[in-house]
Design a protein around this ligand. Structure first.
Ligand SMILES: Nc1ncnc2c1ncn2[C@@H]1O[C@H](COP(=O)(O)OP(=O)(O)OP(=O)(O)O)[C@@H](O)[C@H]1O
Ligand SMILES: [Mg+2]
Length: 264
């Protein structure tokens, strides 16, 4: 039975998708069977795994159809070119779900209901959430066991985190009792920038130490280039600093998943 992890932060552009795609690929390479669920109408995870243009237009089923209950979840999963890595792709159509779901009685639980049907097929399911705390993101929070919060070391990074944490508490209390934060990961770290280190120290002082992953993801041009080639960094440039950092993060996540599996 899979451990289900949502990558969340309602702040845009903090490397949620980059983390989902690259951790997913690294875990797959380590022998885990991994499904990435693209829960963002932008479809960046879908493109980052090589599905764009004609292959995107030819998709028969996507996360939209699954969340609307219009297709069986297994029928929306496609294989990727990458080892042990599957994808539930997304297109712009998913934006409509944000409105259409409001009519559903269990509007926040649609994804959970779907994922339960395919949970046994994977070791780890990673949900790449959109930058919002609306009904789609709530589906992500309800469908998962753990959260990973990517955070940039910028002066405004903490803005919105209080809101995210209070949403997590509310979801935990009302509909997903076992929800926990697996960890916060610092992304796009530029250790040469003094302000980066200072902001990191200030963020660290506001949380318990063990909430942070040891691996920090450096700002790395190869990570920026990889999505336009439709490849995770470990395939695009396995020798890069970015690939190394994501491999280390994936190892930490695998260790944490092992102890969660024992509890589930
Ligand atoms: N470590 C890194 N080094 C350099 N560029 C990075 C790094 N991580 C992410 N990026 C780039 O930053 C941009 C934002 O990353 P990404 O799309 O993963 O963020 P996101 O949180 O998923 O955004 P959104 O909120 O729009 O979904 C992308 O262009 C990505 O290639
Ligand atoms: Mg994204």
């Amino acid at each position: 039975m899979a451990v289900i992890i949502s990558i969340v932060n309602q702040k845009g552009g903090v490397a949620k998708t980059t983390t989902a795609v690259n951790v997913g690929a690294a875990l797959g390479n380590m022998g885990k069977r991994v499904l990435i669920v693209d829960l963002d109408p932008q479809g960046n995870a879908t493109a980052g795994l090589g599905i764009s243009g004609a292959s995107k237009r030819s998709l028969e089923n996507t996360t939209y159809d699954v969340i609307m209950g219009e297709t069986r979840p297994a029928d929306a999963v496609v294989s990727t070119k990458f080892k042990n890595l599957w994808l539930m792709p997304s297109t712009q159509a998913l934006a409509e779900a944000e409105i259409k779901l409001l009519r559903f009685e269990n509007k926040n639980m649609q994804l959970k209901k779907a994922i339960l049907q395919i949970k046994d097929n994977y070791d780890i399911i990673i949900i790449d959430c959109l930058p919002s705390l609306g009904v789609l993101a709530l589906n992500g929070l309800n469908a998962c066991d753990r959260l990973i919060i990517p955070m940039q070391c910028e002066p405004y990074s903490l803005e919105g985190v209080a809101e995210l944490i209070s949403t997590v508490k509310r979801v935990k209390k009302s509909s997903n009792r076992n929800l926990q934060i697996m960890g916060i990961v610092f992304t796009m770290v530029d250790s040469k920038l003094k302000v980066n280190r200072e902001v990191m120290m200030s963020i660290k002082s506001k949380f318990p130490d063990d909430i942070f992953f040891n691996a920090e993801i450096p700002r790395n041009v190869k990570i920026t280039e990889a999505p336009s080639h439709g490849e995770p960094i470990m395939y695009y440039d396995p020798a890069s600093k970015g690939a190394d950092a994501y491999a280390r993060l994936a190892k930490e996540i695998a260790r944490k998943c092992k102890s969660i599996e024992e509890m589930l």
